[in-house]
Write a protein that binds this ligand. Structure first.
Ligand SMILES: Cc1cc2nc3c(=O)[nH]c(=O)nc-3n(C[C@H](O)[C@H](O)[C@H](O)COP(=O)(O)O)c2cc1C
Length: 424
């Protein structure tokens, strides 16, 4: 097991002996804005090409607390801390100057960071030798936004949230019938340096929504952007930094080329993405077996990727009409019993989610490429949100759980990556 994962387990004792003390005055900012002298333009929601970008990560709701106003987004994020930033290269996209852009969430704008031309682009850093027509996305993390709250465990959250953002790209792509490939075998070191991240922000993954132009060979573009801070305050965390650096190189990957099949109707999917929220607690009503099967079919679909790592999905069935209670893995019945209370306990005693919910999920893996396998868990989590909400069923991600006790419950010694619950 990767040492970082082992060191950042929660247990019944650890959460009591090291409770998180937060100083709210120092909360980092959750937005990154490039200076005004860059060429920026507001996303035009009437233009379907641009609204497709908004449907990945745009602001969709405002919450007002005594401490201020907070905005929620299309994509979920642990603690609403949103550590990830989204960049993309657009080549041959109607209405776009070819170039490298940053998605500025706070103003729903696109910032042109670097123009590109026909002979050069970021393709070679992502493993492509020829020009790619369409979008090449890059997902980064400004890790202090998350480590401010989650301390050493924050690399896990940065990766899960990044997976959700990748899943959000996939979901928005479905609105325009476009497919995606997730990319992990990328030159993080060069990209981090050219983007001027200075060790406070890191590239975690890429995502291609593009087709190759085989006749058009491209060279790796060289540029040097200035550092632009993305969190206000900052405190280095050596464990997280070491965890990232040691997982930058990808080894022994298996490519997944099969494409997923979804049966969403576009208008309803669009509404689902726009209104997506995490459910804060369930009332305890059951879902139907047909709904359960629709959702699990979505989870079984392949995720096209240049480094597909195996992630196991365990399900605790609590309240599904006409289905025996118990623990399941990939459609196979593992043990009979009413584990609702136990699922709630394992999720750091969040009983209103995993006990009251219809189904609780635990994702585990023993694969080697940590960044790829963890982001895959986030993508699966995102597919679970989209499929459930599409059917009018609530969903919540659960990043906090008692790692070793989940292992004992599901009967393996793999890394426990993520928990989720769905229900009514
Ligand atoms: C990786 C991840 C872990 C999460 N963990 C929890 C959790 O343990 N408990 C909880 O109530 N919500 C959890 N959430 C839900 C977030 O709090 C929620 O996404 C965030 O507040 C934004 O709200 P929204 O999803 O409604 O837009 C998690 C979400 C993600 C993506």
């Amino acid at each position: 097991m990767f040492w970082y994962h082992k060191e950042t387990k929660h247990s019944y004792d650890s959460v009591r002996t090291h409770p998180n003390q937060l100083s709210w005055e120092d909360q980092p900012r959750t937005y990154k804005n490039y200076p005004e002298h860059y060429k920026k333009r507001k996303i035009d929601l009437e233009n379907s090409e641009e609204s497709f970008l908004y449907y990945i990560a745009g602001l969709t709701a405002k919450k007002t607390y005594p401490s201020g106003e907070y905005y929620l987004r299309i994509n979920p994020s642990a603690g609403a801390l949103y550590p990830n930033e989204l960049y993309f290269q657009a080549r041959g996209v109607e209405g776009f100057e070819d170039g490298i852009y940053h998605f500025e969430v706070s103003t729903s704008s696109l910032t042109l960071l670097q123009p590109i031309n026909e002979t050069e682009g970021i393709e070679p850093y992502l493993g492509y030798q020829s020009a790619m027509k369409g979008y090449l996305f890059l997902v980064s993390a400004v890790y202090y936004r998350s480590s401010w709250k989650y301390k050493n465990r924050a690399l896990r959250y940065c990766l899960l949230d990044a997976g959700h953002l990748l899943g959000s790209i996939e979901a928005s792509g479905l609105l325009r019938s476009r497919s995606v490939e997730m990319l992990y075998n990328i030159d993080r070191e060069r990209l981090n340096s050219m983007f001027g991240f200075e060790g406070r922000e890191w590239i975690l993954s890429g995502c291609a929504m593009a087709t190759a132009l085989p006749q058009q060979k491209v060279n790796a573009i060289e540029f040097s952007l200035p550092y632009v801070e993305g969190s206000g305050s900052f405190e280095p965390n050596t464990m997280i930094e070491q965890g990232y650096v040691e997982t930058m190189q990808i080894r022994g990957c298996k490519r997944e080329t099969k494409v997923p099949q979804f049966s969403y109707l576009q208008p309803r999917l669009k509404e689902t993405l726009f209104t997506r929220r995490s459910q804060r607690g369930f009332e305890g009503d059951a879902i139907t077996r047909t709904q359960f099967e629709y959702i699990t079919e979505v989870l079984r679909q392949p995720i096209p990727s240049d480094c597909d790592e195996e992630v196991s999905v365990f399900m605790v069935v609590n309240k599904v009409l006409d289905m025996p209670l118990g623990l399941y893995k990939a459609g196979t019945y593992l043990k009979y019993g009413d584990f609702a209370r136990q699922a709630g306990y394992l999720s750091l005693e969040q009983y209103s989610l995993s006990t009251q919910g219809a189904v609780a999920f635990f994702l585990t893996s023993k694969a080697k490429n940590y960044q790829a396998l963890y982001q895959k868990a986030g993508i699966i989590g995102h597919r679970l949100y989209v499929a459930s909400l599409y059917l009018g069923i609530g969903c919540s991600g659960i990043g906090a759980y008692y790692d070793d006790e989940v292992n004992a419950f599901v009967g393996n010694d793999e890394m426990v990556l993520y928990a989720l619950a769905i229900g009514k």
